[in-house]
Design a protein around this ligand. Structure first.
Ligand SMILES: O=C(O)CCC(=O)C(=O)O
Length: 250
């Protein structure tokens, strides 16, 4: 059976790969951060792949239409290396369930977190404070890779482990007082491909990308001030994902 979907063609990209789409109606809005002049029609043949859709990697393209910068570099590690690092991160990182105090209620998440850095930085978010652990070899290598690719420097890393698609992260922005104002945040992903969404704080416009295994994304400039981001939960994904966000603490 063949199914027609409308997808957004981004200028300067050679083309979009057509793959199976679980939510065809949302595709142009999801990838479509361009104005309607840039929309073109594509016909895709439904495949048996579990992939929902792909985000074309073009580090020269800003995926946010206004008020911030999000660049997606795509896969910066090959699959074998990304698989190896995922296994190492699973076993060597000191994972702990995340905690938050929300409206006075102490919440412990299923999602696990860890916090590493150049020094024992304290990081307070959701009314709880973490103290950074010293870098492992792999985290230091990945920090260097993120720095080389993005042309920025980072001194710390927050890691998240989502056991399956039912674990996600709600809308928020990373603009805590401990972080450098408008500092770049580099996000590296391993494991299950997941949607990653942005929502403008005023216009409520949304942008959705898919973060691939071994991929890198950077959020910078005024992104945290003007946009929220989230990792939406989904029942469709049964496997784990690890995300590393390299940050600059002050
Ligand atoms: O897992 C992700 O990709 C999102 C992580 C995130 O939003 C954060 O660390 O602030």
């Amino acid at each position: 059976m063949s199914v027609a979907f409308r997808m957004t063609k981004i200028p300067n990209l050679s083309g979009l790969k057509c793959i199976s789409l679980e939510e065809p109606r949302k595709v142009s809005a999801s990838i479509g951060f361009q104005n309607s002049k840039n929309l073109q029609n594509f016909t895709c043949v439904k495949s048996t792949s579990m992939k929902l859709f792909e985000t074309p990697a073009d580090p020269a393209h800003n995926y946010l239409p206004v008020d911030g910068t999000v660049l997606y570099y795509g896969k910066v590690l090959n699959v074998a290396k990304a698989d190896e690092l995922m296994d190492i991160l699973m076993t060597t990182v000191e994972w702990k369930n995340d905690e938050a105090v929300i409206f006075g209620k102490h919440i412990i998440t299923k999602r696990k977190v860890a916090w590493y850095g150049d020094q024992s930085f304290s990081y307070t978010y959701s009314n709880t404070t973490k103290h950074a652990l010293p870098w492992t070899n792999e985290l230091l290598q990945l920090k260097k890779l993120a720095e080389t690719q993005t042309g920025e420097t980072y001194n710390s890393c927050l890691l998240n482990l989502y056991h399956d698609g039912e674990e996600g992260m709600a809308w928020h922005s990373d603009a805590e007082k401990d972080l450098k104002k408008n500092g770049a945040i580099a996000s590296m992903s391993f494991g299950a491909e997941r949607k990653f969404m942005f929502k403008h704080k005023d216009s409520k416009q949304t942008v959705t990308l898919v973060l691939e295994h071994g991929s890198l994304l950077v959020m910078k400039d005024e992104t945290q001030r003007n946009w929220l981001h989230r990792l939406p939960p989904t029942k469709l994904i049964k496997t784990a994902r690890i995300n590393l966000t390299f940050r600059s603490m002050i």
